[in-house]
Ligand binder design. Structure first.
Ligand SMILES: *[C@@H]1O[C@H](CO)[C@@H](O)[C@H](O)[C@H]1NC(C)=O
Ligand SMILES: *[C@@H]1O[C@H](CO)[C@@H](O)[C@H](O)[C@H]1NC(C)=O
Ligand SMILES: *[C@@H]1O[C@H](CO)[C@@H](O)[C@H](O)[C@H]1NC(C)=O
Length: 708
């Protein structure tokens, strides 16, 4: 017995030395090369951005097809097999708009007609293509004409309407004026509709977007939004093509009628328009009534804001046209050599409301840089273990349409083969790194940022600047509908991450989001772009090449425990039994610890033995458990009344699509129960707790890999 073992060991040592002699360049060599300065090129990234943003390129328009062709050509010339995945989808464009204000009904001659134009500044290099910028509008806004007194509703949140109610202000029948900045604009319109408003105007307060206002502050002299600047955007509250909810749209396929779309409840039923800071202020001057609270006021030198209603009367008219237009996702594939049926997916969208230098093409430029660096690695002999898929989405701005249609079309394939989805909506909004992820990727992000240099301080790593003075970086979660990760995480349950420099930026979705703004204020040296390309690509390489998937479900369990604490705070003294959920999280912790040690065992064992077929199966089997665990958090019935959202741990707030909620179903049930105060409604809360507990138990079962 002993002799046999010694012989086997000697044989193994001999075999592994022979193996070493012929062993290929280690993957880690290529990973270091990928982030090295020899492969990084800020000038090339800057060129990509410049090319992509020559013209405004809204989804469905020729200029965006041109941009798609550019992406395709860069992928292809980097030896990446690339194709276009087109979809015919519902898109809307503005046809006519008019907005007038009668400050005082007694003096109809005082009427003001707003011109609704964003001003071209002297010396603007994009002046000759400025006419291609769409007239300011809200995509999927309801066409219609309304005339009514105005009420000022602050940021248009549910809590703002609560304040108005307490003040005795009834917004029913009025047009509301809300300011941008705290919640998703589609949620602003929806909340106004539910409060009984007949129309909505949304403006950018110069306190929030104008740096307080004043010459020299705004673009092109400063980074802030000029007084005439307008934030356009969609007000659709669903995900994907509204005429094909839950399935991929196709030429001959099933499509809902306009009536059916309205009934589904995700398109607005009252007209709305975005307006500039200057126009918003003019309207505010015509609102009398009670004084608005201090935190509802504007800049120091702004007029005093009152809530109304009236006396100012607004006449709002909007006509949009809905078309079925073709959008184009560009998909590049580098096939894995050992596990071609496992996908690591990177994604960023291409379509922009205007020039899109920040949103989204700073991300596209970084994606193109990654493609080129991977092309160079391939030339030097690197091939990924697993398949890497580079995706450049279309029509994200309309409601995450390109990514959602693709995910819906490939749902089963992705559910059985996708390792992770890595999203970059925009690479650079400004300074300061930030990231979001599903929690099993937390450790991976921390480790990868330790390999990348901080672009703003060469004597520290990105990790050091990210952490700052805290002990651990802040990682947000991916429950919101803010970008293309939504379908991957919330519909299919794929581990995902999202990263960028900066968060908001003042010229967001205005015609000033151009290359000049980026060059002057966003990233003058394009080194932040380089850092995003390095990090994004490195995380993808680790996921694609590592023998064992670098997932840690212990972080997930700990995060769930933190979410539990929040949940307990939300619960009043009601008879809700949280024990099943507590217990399921404890089980997840145990399962995560167990799989981590199983992995160590296989690794140690392998050090002494032939790398036999059996070991490959063992590794693959363990990786499959890690891959599938996130899927277990999804439930086929989805969230109550929002069945597209399958994930029971992370989903969007019902009152703010940009707000990520943990345990969204439980939270929503609690909110309902608090207002209905019935036994049944509290029973529903208990039911939701059970559902989540079952999902968490399923995740443990998958991680354990044992039948009951
Ligand atoms: C607000 O006004 C509408 C229409 O005038 C009315 O139906 C509604 O009951 C009012 N709401 C409150 C809370 O007074
Ligand atoms: C750059 O990083 C080093 C090391 O963390 C730190 O000591 C220094 O203060 C940083 N410099 C600036 C300008 O932030
Ligand atoms: C690239 O970075 C270098 C040094 O950091 C800088 O001098 C150069 O201007 C940058 N290039 C571009 C196009 O920003």
């Amino acid at each position: 017995m002993i002799i046999k073992t010694v012989a086997a060991t000697l044989l193994a040592i001999a075999a592994s030395s022979i193996f070493l002699l012929f062993s290929p360049t280690p993957k880690s060599f290529y990973h270091s090369l990928f982030i090295s300065s020899s492969l990084s090129d800020n000038a090339s990234i800057s060129n990509h951005l410049h090319t992509l943003t020559r013209r405004p390129h809204v989804a469905g328009q020729e200029a965006n097809a041109e941009a798609a062709a550019y992406v395709l050509s860069i992928f292809t010339s980097s030896s990446i097999k690339t194709h276009i995945a087109p979809y015919p989808v519902a898109l809307t464009y503005p046809v006519s708009r008019s907005l007038t204000l009668t400050p005082s009904p007694q003096e109809p001659q005082s009427q003001i007609n707003f011109n609704l134009q964003q001003e071209i500044y002297g010396g603007d290099p994009y002046a000759d293509v400025a006419h291609e910028v769409l007239p300011t509008f809200h995509a999927f806004a309801k066409s219609g004409t309304v005339t009514a007194p105005v009420v000022y509703v602050n940021y248009g949140r549910l809590e703002d309407y609560e304040v108005l109610k307490q003040m005795g202000v009834n917004v029913s029948g009025s047009i509301v004026l809300a300011r941008y900045g705290k919640i998703y604009r589609g949620s602003i319109v929806q909340t106004a509709y539910e409060a009984g408003a007949v129309g909505v105007l949304v403006y950018t307060d110069r306190k929030d977007y104008g740096g307080g206002g004043g010459e020299g502050k705004w673009f092109p002299d400063g980074k802030w939004l000029p007084p005439s600047g307008v934030q356009v955007g969609t007000v659709y509250n669903g995900v994907g093509d509204p005429t094909t909810p839950g399935w991929a749209s196709s030429e001959e396929g099933e499509r809902l009628s306009d009536d059916e779309v309205e009934k589904a409840g995700d398109v607005p039923l009252i007209p709305s328009l975005p307006v500039s800071a200057a126009d918003g202020e003019t309207i505010l001057r015509a609102i009398g009534g009670q004084l608005a609270n201090d935190d509802w006021q504007g800049s120091e030198d702004a007029p005093t804001y009152r809530v109304g209603p009236g006396p100012g009367i607004v006449h709002l008219s909007y006509t949009g046209k809905q078309v079925i237009g073709t959008i184009e996702n560009v998909i590049g594939v580098i096939e894995g050599t050992e596990e071609p049926d496992r996908f690591v997916i990177l994604g960023n969208h291409r379509d922009a409301w205007t020039f899109g230098a920040v949103d989204p093409n700073s991300g596209t430029a970084a994606l193109l840089e990654i493609a080129q660096r991977l092309g160079k690695l391939q030339k030097r002999g690197w091939k990924p273990r697993r398949t890497i898929v580079l995706c450049n989405w279309d029509a994200e701005e309309y409601g995450l349409i390109g990514s959602t249609e693709w995910v819906e079309e490939n749902r089963q394939m992705l559910a059985s083969r996708a390792i992770a989805y890595l999203n970059v909506n925009s690479a650079v909004y400004g300074p300061g790194f930030s990231a979001s992820a599903t929690p099993q990727l937390d450790e991976l992000l921390k480790q990868a940022t330790q390999q990348v240099q901080d672009p703003d301080n060469s004597s520290q790593t990105l990790y050091q600047s990210w952490v700052g003075s805290c002990s651990s970086p802040m990682i947000d979660r991916l429950g919101s509908g803010e970008s293309d990760f939504a379908a991957f995480v919330q519909h299919v349950g794929i581990p995902a991450a999202d990263m960028a420099f900066g968060k908001g930026y003042p010229v967001y979705h205005s015609m000033y989001d151009d290359f000049i703004w980026m060059q002057k204020f966003g990233d003058p040296m394009f080194q932040r772009h380089v850092a995003v390309a390095s990090l994004w690509g490195l995380v993808a390489l680790w996921l694609a090449d590592a023998e064992f998937l670098p997932f840690n479900y212990l972080s997930y369990a700990l995060e769930l425990q933190r979410h539990m604490k929040d949940l307990e705070d939300e619960l009043p003294d009601k008879n809700i039994n949280l024990a099943p959920l507590f217990k399921s999280i404890e089980e997840l912790k145990k399962a995560a610890t167990k799989i981590n040690s199983q992995r160590e065992e296989i690794e140690q064992h392998k050090g002494w033995q032939f790398i036999g077929k059996n070991d490959h199966f063992k590794v693959r089997e363990l990786n499959d458990r890690l891959m599938m665990a996130e899927r277990a958090f999804t439930d086929q019935d989805g969230l109550l009344g929002r069945s597209w959202y399958k994930h029971l741990i992370y989903g969007p707030s019902k009152h703010d699509d940009y707000g990520s909620k943990s345990f969204p179903g439980i939270g929503e049930a609690i909110e309902k129960a608090k207002s209905l105060k019935t036994t049944e409604s509290w029973e529903l809360v208990q039911h939701e707790v059970w559902r989540v507990a079952r999902a968490v138990r399923h995740a443990s079962q998958i991680i354990n890999g044992e039948l009951t």
